[in-house]
Design a protein around this ligand. Sequence first.
Ligand code: UDP
Length: 309
Amino acid sequence: MKRVLVTGGSGFIGSHLCEKLLNDGMYVICLDNHYTGSMKNIEHLKHNTNFEFIFLVVINPISLVIDIIYHLACPASPKAYQKNPIHTLDTNYIGTKNMCELAMKNKARLLLTSTSEIYGDPQMSPQNEYYWGNVNPIGIRSCYDEGKRISETLLSDYNRFHNLDVRIARIFNTYGPKMDKNDGRVVSNIINQCLNNEKITIYGSGNQTRSFCYIDDTVDGLVRLMNNTKSIGPINIGNDYEMTILELSNVILQLLPNSKSKIGFQDLPQDDPTKRKPDLILANTILDWKPTTSLEVGLKNTIEYFTHI
Ligand code: UDP
């Protein structure tokens, strides 16, 4: 039985990934410090004898016997990663270096969950993996954008210099059940505002675009990338159905026809990217992967989750 480490395993994406890996017959070690993750996300896995939880900050080194590492640990929403930017930077550089060293000791395969944020405010659309991005190195998003870029550099250099077996996933906006209600993400914010008949907060004009991928599709993409036998460069994992934030709010309002919420506009945060849409050609051809969950089905599942927590 393969021993898999999932850092950030009690977070939104991590907890779904742990569940999928257990179902696939792996022994799963979930490592988290609950900075943004939560015990309740993994409560249902605790009694599985193939599941183990370790409370640890990835900034601290750890010694483990392991075959595969999925390295997700890092606050990922703008609100969460900006709360303590130095911690975000440490998590990305020191934490990722620790995972590279752990993978080296074990001759394990290491997958990093990077992000579409490494493209910054892109000057080309859709964004393919060959685009180097347009990132402000000193802005309020830089701790995450540049942090993930240095994480990608670390994996690439460990691969070139030490022959470490690495995978890099560039995850675009992901949504679904177990999103943190309070982390300020647009999907969770608007759904909860509509459920509570509160004003919908649209930042800026609402004409900025994002492309939203349902959690099950994202997790499937991550596992396919990890299982791909050849070490390849970064791969975009996301949905290429691009929409404006205003369009998203209208879709959510249509799914919640009893809501009395109205749209209200607020200032656009600094360096908020104007557009984001993944080019999925590499994921399609190399991983034979594409997202299959429609926005309507995904949002309904997410609304269902927030209605009952
Ligand atoms: N946004 C918004 N209202 C909110 C939260 C976010 O209009 O209540 C906007 C935000 O400015 C950005 C987009 O929605 O343009 C996506 O924001 P999110 O924080 O979900 O993720 P990002 O893609 O910016 O990392």
